[in-house]
Design a binder for this molecule. Structure first.
Ligand SMILES: Nc1nc2c(ncn2[C@@H]2O[C@H](COP(=O)(O)OP(=O)(O)O)[C@@H](O)[C@H]2O)c(=O)[nH]1
Ligand SMILES: [Mg+2]
Length: 229
């Protein structure tokens, strides 16, 4: 079993990826389960083996504690580890791969606001989107720096995924805009070093390109984590 958390900003395509990558994995013969860990989500396309909304009602939480949607997710994530039944149910999910679809509150993951993550995940797919976080040299550097921060926090093996590769226009690949004009030169040099050698997996949850490379990399990660089979 290999439990993979999809984390990244809202709208990057984590949930769509959980849906389409899980169906791809099943077609490859793997047993796969998806878990929804986004307490505020409205719809999920995949068949969820676990749904955090069964344990927390965010609308009620927001009303009772006068919280906004982000505040409610923050509260749920900070309490999750002490919810014994929920953690037990989450741990009981079985599958060759378990995909954990999380809320797009990336800052919570960066600042240690999701302490349950190290308990429930063996690895992280850090999901960004083409045209957003990975459209210029500056954005890529920011993405790598954010990724490094979440790794520092949770110490989980991570693959960096750039989703929505279907939106990329062929010519744009060569034309990576700089975008560092205003930056302090020392800071720029420092940040540019972060994660420079790290591979980016370009995928599309829509047309499923890049899935076989992603699966190979996940299997490699799984072996290096000491998982067998
Ligand atoms: N073109 C394109 N759109 C995508 C892709 N993946 C997700 N989307 C769209 O991006 C939006 C946000 O997706 P969602 O999975 O809800 O993002 P999440 O907030 O990270 O879970 C939706 O409108 C999806 O249909 C992709 O690979 N290509
Ligand atoms: Mg989602």
């Amino acid at each position: 079993m290999f439990r993979v958390a999809l984390i990244g900003s809202g709208g990057a395509g984590k949930s769509t990826l959980a849906y389409s990558f899980s169906s791809y994995l099943r077609k490859q013969g793997y047993e796969v389960a998806c878990a929804n860990l986004d307490p505020g989500c409205r719809h999920i396309k995949y068949d969820a083996a676990f749904d955090i909304r069964d344990y927390y009602a965010t609308a009620e939480l927001m009303a009772a504690e006068k919280l906004g949607p982000n505040g409610a997710v923050k509260k749920v994530y900070s309490e999750a580890l002490s919810s014994k039944k929920m953690m037990r149910d989450l741990a009981a999910i079985k599958g060759d791969f378990v995909l954990l679809d999380t809320a797009g509150s990336l800052e919570l993951f960066l600042f240690g606001g999701a302490p349950f993550l190290s308990e429930v995940a063996d690895a992280v797919l850090f999901v960004a989107e083409r045209g957003g976080a990975a459209s210029s040299e500056k954005e890529l550097t920011v993405l790598r720096a954010l990724n490094a921060l979440q790794r520092l926090e949770y110490a989980l093996p991570t693959l960096t995924v750039v989703n929505k590769a279907d939106l990329q226009k062929p010519k744009k690949k060569q034309k990576m805009l700089g975008g560092f004009e205003a930056a302090d030169a020392h800071l720029k040099a420092l940040l540019s070093e972060v994660g420079r050698r790290e591979k980016l997996f370009e995928v599309s949850a829509m047309d499923r390109r890049g899935f076989s490379e992603l699966l190979d990399a996940l299997n490699e990660l799984k072996c290096s984590c000491g998982e067998v089979g």
